[in-house]
Write a protein that binds this ligand. Sequence first.
Ligand code: ZN
Length: 276
Amino acid sequence: MTPPLTDFSRLCIHTITTRPWSLKECIDNYRDSEVPAITVWRQALEPQGAVESGRMLRESGLRVTSLCRGGFFPADTDAKRQAALDDNRRAIEEAVEIGAPLIVLVCGAEPSLSLSESRRQITEGIAAIADEAKTAGVRLGIEPLHPMYADTRSAVNTLGQANDIALELDHSHVGVTLDVYHLWWDPSLEAEIRRCGDAGKLFSFHVCDWRFPVRDILNDRGLMGDGCIDVRRLRGWAEDAGFRGDIEVEVFSTEYWGMDQQEWVERIKDAYLNHT
Ligand code: ZN
């Protein structure tokens, strides 16, 4: 049995979880709610730019856990693949500006290509930017997505596939991001978490829950305790595999975005202690 979390020292909230708030509002409210860490959705940087965002974040004293997201490597033309690499290079620069030690990679999929060809292009794309990420001091976390997203968002759909890519590339700055929403159903999950941890590749950990029924595959995630994922058990597996990093609450939810966001943050903190 995994013991419950007893304090908020590892709690990170992803800015998409409080989507109605600007980055400034996220920073001020997280800090006032004693949430110590933040993951920044890239779009949240746009209004004020990465440099000003970095200044705000440094001033706040919040720990930046990651920048979300890079990736989307596969494409049906060389020009589009090149544009994707350029965009990932911009993401690395932004991560440096805001002090994020990690970029989460949503790897992409091109529906006109086979999934195996998309995965080949993903591996090639990550290989192309890995040294630049290392030079910048930024790690890359391959995040496998649920197979429902295999058409356009990611051809990496299991932790086994993400581990295979990370181990094939064998690069100090390439590892894996484990998100319970995408992976909870996989019968090989416990074994693959161990494999990932043993290789030193478990870089980050996202939590939420799987509601039943899911009303919208993109924007109807549950808060921990709302659904059928045994989040605490999965956290236990990650910790048994050596993971000690921040626990990132990432809830895309039209329903929760409609709530008073300060109340929502209090509910997140409650679910963090009682269901994570
Ligand atoms: Zn995630």
